[in-house]
Design a protein around this ligand. Sequence first.
Ligand SMILES: [Cu+2]
Length: 410
Amino acid sequence: MKDKRTRTPENSGRRQFLRTGLAMGGLAVSSASLPVLAQSARDHGDHDMHQMHEQMHGNGHAGHDAHGEVDAKTLRAMMGYDRVEDIPLRGPADAVARLPYTERDGVKEFELTAEPIRWAYAEGRTILAWGYNGQVPGPEIRATEGDRVRIRFTNNLPVPTSLHWHGLHVPFAMDGVPGVTQKAVMPGETFVYEFDAVPAGTRFYHTHGSHHGDESVQMDMGLSGSFIVEPKDGSRSFDKEMTLLLGEWQLGAEGMNQVVATGGHEHEIGGDHATGGYNLFTLNGRSYPDVPSLKVREGERVRIRMINAGSMSIHPMHIHGHSFEVVAIDGNAVPEAARQMRDVVTLAPGERFDVEFTADNPGIWVLHCHELHHAAMGMIMLIEYEGFEAEAKAPPPATAPAGHAGHHGH
Ligand SMILES: [Cu+2]
């Protein structure tokens, strides 16, 4: 991919800025790519009969449990489908690590959509979600500092949304804040974002809601992904890198998402007070023990780019058996003289920490959130050295009061 990279001159002033803003800022065209909606329940017979069938056979997904209940109207409003089982089931096997791009006139063009899905956060366990390109987190966008990038974003959700470039210095018309920099992207519409990828570092993209007030609701549905801007000079201080996107969820029974069940009111329902209503914590969309291990080789220098893409929780991320060096905060390099050796770094929502460690202590180690409720609810990853196989995996995490969640099998 390296030889395909082109670099464009950086945005050269007000004239360029205005041209971009006018050309791209208000562009919203309708798209034919609305999700294929499920046939209405009426087509299959009386809705009550359908629910009764689910209750009798215990294989339904909604409408028969006080904690996971959602009526068809709410489900349609939030997910665009009448029945949970019609919502596309997606998991890691369907996901791509990095978003492919095509080059056109020196511009890197990316395609992103927002889609209603059932996301497999662990083996045999799903949660209703909104995913970019149908995955959680969205695919990583990679660019080189100064690249001109164009992201064609199509909203296939049943609700308006937006796309914000967190930590990137974009022209304001590209900032993706509904009511401030643009109108929300309506269901079925496409909005084209275009800007220079600056500055270098660990950035990310996420929804900014449909209007002021529902940003957390949309974030809590899974709408985020990493955006890594590699330095123009090609400098690289590590042998191996990984991006770790921290997520938090309000899981209901049978794979229900409480954001959906409450029609977007989420926090009003309270829940487990120790964790503010969040009861499932993910790393790159997966919950321990189903978080893929970081595999390292002795002697390697390893960078982990941590991104807190949650809307509320603070995560003190702790590594066992090693210290790591904080090399960048919020994507920006820390001068060498100011670098700290830590074994915990704490990320508030929106923060990023790039840490590096030298793999000099062979074995199997955990990297986990030291808010231990979060660890218990999934926020753990193993670091496995070559030659070491993880022992038998731990039992599934407690995700909610027993019997009320996490048994949505597929
Ligand atoms: Cu945490």
